[in-house]
Ligand binder design. Structure first.
Ligand code: IMP
Ligand code: MG
Length: 297
């Protein structure tokens, strides 16, 4: 701790508690944005002993339990880095099972990209408040949905029908998790007006009469769009018609619709990513994030 206090001296701005260095506070802010849990200096590793007495130890700045990773934040001052490098090397030798990384600021985003958080940092997404569902959770849940669908549709060769464009990521991942024969088709619609008028911009390419249709939706909000789409599909005379929705904003529902498969129930927030947009942006994010409230007024 004395070392930390010393290191903080000579910095222009005092970092907020409990941090000893502004770069650490900055990393914590980034981790919070991504919803990655962190612990600050939770553990000291003894590195050198004289008899029974520990004479040198190393306390990494952060432990990230989600990634099972210790992180030491470095700045650009060379002298300190040499010392840190030496300690990290020693730590790795003495505790080979411990995963530890020395991170410069620019390395943070590379690390997060490696763990599936995508190449963009919070500064590239100023309209977003924070990540609601991280990439790994999305993938795990999509796999579970695929399992349930498989069991229900074995030998039925269902047609998965997606509504463009928001469904693209969900559909792409869901269909690749399915180990039963399926076919895929798409609808494109535009919704406008308060009455929830829905116009079909692109109809299905295949004939679904007598087929088992599974409508795949990105998000169900009021349910008005989904109701119209279901009516449209029902009129085609499918053998069965069910709904699989990745996200369910149940609190805002106006039209009651049975959802057979739901990925996540989410709070009343406007969300983007994984196909969903805000003014056509952010569809390429590999996670679901919340748009800042003041932008929606
Ligand atoms: P609903 O008719 O109110 O259920 O609206 C559903 C459609 O609105 C979805 O298919 C989306 O295109 C859009 N939508 C609703 N909520 C969100 C959101 O939080 N983010 C992005 N698009 C949304
Ligand atoms: Mg949609």
């Amino acid at each position: 701790m004395a070392k930390k206090a010393q290191r903080a001296k000579g910095q222009d701005a005092r970092p907020p508690e409990p941090f000893a260095h502004p770069a650490e506070a900055e990393l914590a802010r980034i981790l919070d944005f991504y919803g990655i849990r962190w612990e600050y200096e939770p553990h000291s590793f003894p590195l050198r002993w004289e008899g029974d007495r520990v004479v040198e130890a190393f306390t990494p700045d952060f432990y990230l339990p989600d990634l099972d990773l210790y992180v030491e934040v470095t700045t650009l001052r060379g002298g300190l880095n040499t010392e840190k490098n030496r300690k990290v090397r020693l730590l790795r030798q003495l505790y080979p099972q411990v995963r530890v990384k020395l991170l410069k600021r620019r390395d943070v985003f590379r690390l997060l990209a490696k763990y599936g958080y995508g190449p963009l940092g919070p500064d590239d997404m100023p309209e977003l408040d924070r990540v609601l569902i991280p990439p790994q959770k999305l993938q795990e849940r999509v796999a579970e949905l695929a399992k349930a669908i498989e069991e229900d549709y074995r030998h039925l060769e269902p047609v998965l029908v997606g509504v463009l464009r928001g469904v693209i990521c969900f559909m792409a991942d869901l269909m690749r998790q399915l180990t039963i024969p399926i076919t895929v088709d798409f609808l494109a619609i535009s919704s406008y007006g308060q009455g929830g008028a829905v116009r079909i911009l692109k109809d299905l390419d295949e004939d679904v009469r007598g087929r088992h249709v599974l409508l795949v939706e990105d998000i169900v909000d009021t349910g008005i769009t989904l109701r119209k789409v279901l009516d449209h599909l029902e009129a085609k005379g499918p053998a069965s018609l069910r709904v699989c929705a990745l996200l369910d904003k149940r609190a805002r529902r106006l039209v009651d619709i049975p959802l057979h498969y739901v990925g996540f129930e989410i709070p009343d927030e406007f969300v983007v990513g994984y196909g969903l947009d805000f003014r056509q942006r952010y569809r390429n994010l590999p996670f679901i994030a919340i748009v800042k409230h003041h932008l929606l007024a």
